[in-house]
Design a binder for this molecule. Structure first.
Ligand code: NDP
Length: 322
């Protein structure tokens, strides 16, 4: 089978197309014939060596596929089922293994591309809006990178709850896309001081919560945008890792809350996975969640997909087709 492999960490060119044997499912695992692959920033962190992995590795954890073979001890799934998962073991490939405990059936009415487009980023947005800081109607949230994959879905979920959403984006084109998703105020953080703008928009009060996936370049400012006892949910580092931080600042800036959530701790039980995936897939089918899937690449073009993602050229979801 064709697969992408990282043999040595580096830039996008570290993603090499290779031939590998089709893997055999072990106990509790299924073999998937992959139909659509979700690209996420996580794979860039592994590719660059920021997150450690044993090499060589096939990157990727999000995919939609058809079950080709069941390993021992599996119930509830059958050969031929189309399923989606965020825990595929190397999804940048034509075939991959996945633990059955992490599979969810793709509902009628959703193409493999749409299911792969909404699963990981949608579940992430669901965790942030419903659990990390459970948003309430009338609250105000600041969402960085509002035209990005998570940003667009989180904006739609937050406005659906009845919260007011302020976003940051880098270009006028992205601002338009973010507004379409429901942001009532959009700040061009490449040109404007987003702290000053947020203070102005909120009449000096500050926002209830900041959802920050940008990290290094926004962290300090994000803390300064919060109202007393507000929360900074730092869930990514697209611009780089946040340097060490003096915790006393949380007190001096207004008894703030700071958390660094990871999706995996929010879908640790089957119940939580089914709740979040069920909501997200249902809203994708009904059209309540609008998906942007204009960035589709072939498997061998994985290096270009990463280069475009890292140079801020993309909006919404990035997909690979095997
Ligand atoms: P995005 O589509 O949001 O892409 C990243 C965006 O970040 C860019 O489009 C860009 O938007 C913005 N950005 C700001 N500075 C930089 C920079 N220096 N380099 C690159 N991009 C920059 O990606 P995703 O929606 O897939 O993921 C967003 C973040 O969420 C990632 O950091 C990811 O790791 C994290 N994440 C965390 C999860 C968790 O469990 N904690 C789960 C899923 C994702 P603009 O041009 O508008 O500035």
């Amino acid at each position: 089978m064709k697969a992408i492999q990282i043999r040595a960490t580096g830039g996008p060119e570290a993603l090499e197309l290779v031939e590998l044997p089709i893997p055999q499912p072990g106990p509790g695992q299924v073999l998937l014939r992959i139909e659509a692959i979700g690209v996420n920033f996580l794979e860039a962190y592994f590719r660059r060596g920021q997150y450690k992995a044993t090499l060589p590795m096939t990157p990727g954890s999000e995919a939609v596929g058809v079950i080709e073979e069941l390993g021992p001890g599996i119930s509830g799934f059958a050969v031929g089922d189309t399923v989606v998962s965020v825990a595929v073991m190397g999804s940048y490939a034509e075939y991959a293994l996945a633990p059955a405990a992490q599979l969810v059936k793709v509902p009628e009415g959703l193409t493999p591309e749409k299911a792969a487009a909404v699963m990981l980023q949608g579940i992430t947005a669901h965790c942030l809006a419903y659990s990390t800081w459970p948003l309430k109607a009338g609250e105000t949230a600041l969402i960085h990178a509002g035209a990005g994959g998570v940003g667009l879905l989180l904006t739609q979920m937050a406005t659906r709850i009845g919260a007011k959403v302020i976003t940051t984006v880098s270009t006028a084109e992205k601002a338009e896309i973010s507004r379409e998703a429901g942001a009532s105020e959009v700040i061009l953080y490449t040109e404007q001081d987003f702290v000053e703008e947020t203070k102005r928009i909120t009449g000096g009060r500050g926002v209830d919560v900041v959802y920050d996936s940008v990290g290094k370049t926004t962290f300090e400012g994000s803390l300064n945008c919060l109202r007393p006892r507000g929360m900074l949910a730092l869930f990514g580092g697209s611009s780089g890792a946040v340097p060490p931080f003096d915790i006393i600042q949380l007190s001096t800036k207004g008894s703030l809350f700071l958390t660094r959530p990871s999706l995996w701790h929010y879908i640790a039980t089957r119940e939580e996975l089914e709740w979040r995936a069920g909501d997200v897939l249902k809203w994708a089918v009904s059209g309540e969640l609008k998906l942007r899937t204009e960035h589709v690449y072939s498997l061998e073009d994985a290096p270009k997909a990463h280069a475009d993602m890292e140079s801020r050229k993309t909006t919404g979801k990035i997909l690979l087709e095997p």
